[in-house]
Design a protein around this ligand. Sequence first.
Ligand SMILES: *[C@@H]1O[C@H](CO)[C@@H](O)[C@H](O)[C@H]1NC(C)=O
Ligand SMILES: *[C@@H]1O[C@H](CO)[C@@H](O)[C@H](O)[C@H]1NC(C)=O
Ligand SMILES: *[C@@H]1O[C@H](CO)[C@@H](O)[C@H](O)[C@H]1NC(C)=O
Ligand SMILES: *[C@@H]1O[C@H](CO)[C@@H](O)[C@H](O)[C@H]1NC(C)=O
Ligand SMILES: *[C@@H]1O[C@H](CO)[C@@H](O)[C@H](O)[C@H]1NC(C)=O
Length: 579
Amino acid sequence: MHRNLFTLWLLLLLHVSGCAMKFNLFDRKRNPSLQEGDVRLFGGGVADGRVEIYHDGKWGTVCDDDWDMAEAQVVCRQLRFPGVKSVETGKDYGKASGPIWLDDLKCQGTENYLSTCSFTSWGATDCSHKEDVGVICEQSGSNVSSSDSPYSLDHSISLSDERAQLFDSANSCDFSISVRSVTGNTQEDGTPEVFGLTICTHKLILSQFPLFNASEGITGITVDVSQTCQPHFSSFIRYIYTHKVDVTFSSVQCLHWLAYKFGVMQLQEDTARLFTKILPEDASFHTQVSLYEYAVETEDFVLQENCIQYLAWNYQNLTTSPAWTRLSIELLGSLLLRSDLVVPDEYFLLQTVESWITEKGNLISLETQAELLSRIRFSMIPAKALYNLESNSSLYSTHRNMYREKVLKAFQFNVLLLSNLMSNPKFDREDDDYRTRIYTAEPWSTALTHLQNRKVYRNQYDSTITTTWLSTPVHNSLIFKSNTIRWEANVFKYQHECSNRGVRCESFPSARLAPQNRLTEWSNILFRNRLLLMCQGKYICQVQDFKNTMATLNGTHFLTYPCPDDQYVYHFVVRPEYV
Ligand SMILES: *[C@@H]1O[C@H](CO)[C@@H](O)[C@H](O)[C@H]1NC(C)=O
Ligand SMILES: *[C@@H]1O[C@H](CO)[C@@H](O)[C@H](O)[C@H]1NC(C)=O
Ligand SMILES: *[C@@H]1O[C@H](CO)[C@@H](O)[C@H](O)[C@H]1NC(C)=O
Ligand SMILES: *[C@@H]1O[C@H](CO)[C@@H](O)[C@H](O)[C@H]1NC(C)=O
Ligand SMILES: *[C@@H]1O[C@H](CO)[C@@H](O)[C@H](O)[C@H]1NC(C)=O
């Protein structure tokens, strides 16, 4: 099994063996496996936890003697967080069981890896697990998530408080639940180390959910959960008593899974709804990536699509996030297949994939590298970058044949008219290589906010219309370079603004992207333009089609991902396609 490969955020290992894992294209080296000296933060939220380091095939802890910000700085840097908030000593991150690997550690604060700081030797310590050190790292972007702030789910029923007391006291309990989790470490004799915990409960309460088997003659059950889920099991059972629970980043996935596992429908639905709500909140992207992996494990296709769509829309931020180098090959591969990937241009995408591969080094086979690179739509790479690809691309020499073939195809696309392309038996208009993604760089895109970049007209109602203009070639193919279209982009907030323009608006706000030239001479080209809503300048919360030059938006319930106060910037993107 590949249990060791799962990092802190790839949760919920139970029954992995029973569920068919389908990763068609790639070798099974998902998440290039753990390496000597890897660190993780365990038992906390996204950016905090007990410091653990991987050595000799085992996760172990670090003693807090002499710890200060310099050591913490190195941990946060190694995990690609932008900085450190604090060192935590004596904080309870759950019971640690493995070895204590490091003691009397001295870092300058500039090291990239904790294991390159100075220390006596691995495992040489006089500390106990009580002295395990914890760290809270700073996160980029929004700081909403740093506190791991809880959402309260409250469907409290009669006697909730009394039931809470009953659970907490375990008075006259008659049904025991043994929770077991594999720590990820191997014992001396080669068997996996298991950590256990027993909760005593009441048959009468649990019997409303048959999957607990809390019936006549049965006195208890044993449940296997992952180590990261184990600390939340008790909250789950408490919810069964009270129908109330505080859900956090670190617990939502676990609670969802337990609810699913034991048929607690209401909790399952509520936590599923929270997933979409929390996606934008984690600027480190660990949550989005781990939820995607979880959705794959549990074959929850809706959640899978929900996560990957968020990642596709916010790809640019993903590439600068701490989660970027931890992305599995499958996930990156899936992203590269999508036409709704929002990127400045295709060359940017190629560069990010090249640097991702380069950073992984030999962990990825040449075959897989080529497979990933071949998903770049070379025909869409701006011609200027295409000319310099041989000298500018870091992997060109490694994959010379693949690049050559792709570049040749791209040049053909750029110099031939559609009619000439069609006579080539190899040209297939359905080929993704000839399709645009959502390109936000010039000349394909323009943005409108209500504070800048705007043109204000006074009209009879004394209100404002926001308008801007944009010029694009008719098509991405270079032969259309000098055939340009001028577009007018508007955002309408009121009916009379639409009427004054002679436009029909169905609801408000509405956005319009209208060509100022006649398009009839380009009968082979269709425009599949998009409107992007960027929330508070931080993340893309909605991507919308233009239908007959109009895109309609109506209220927050319209958004795929939430945006407080409807504070968005409108990005208009032109996308021509051969038809
Ligand atoms: C970030 O945190 C600080 C202090 O904790 C708070 O004052 C500020 O409002 C937060 N910013 C955001 C965007 O939540
Ligand atoms: C409940 O009983 C069934 C049938 O004996 C068994 O397959 C299942 O694993 C049990 N569930 C738990 C949680 O022990
Ligand atoms: C590619 O390389 C050329 C010189 O070989 C350089 O002038 C150009 O700026 C580079 N382009 C990009 C996009 O890096
Ligand atoms: C927005 O949508 C709601 C529900 O679909 C509708 O009742 C309302 O009239 C719409 N508002 C506007 C301003 O179009
Ligand atoms: C995404 O990147 C932009 C620009 O670098 C930054 O302003 C924004 O805060 C980032 N958003 C998140 C969620 O990290």
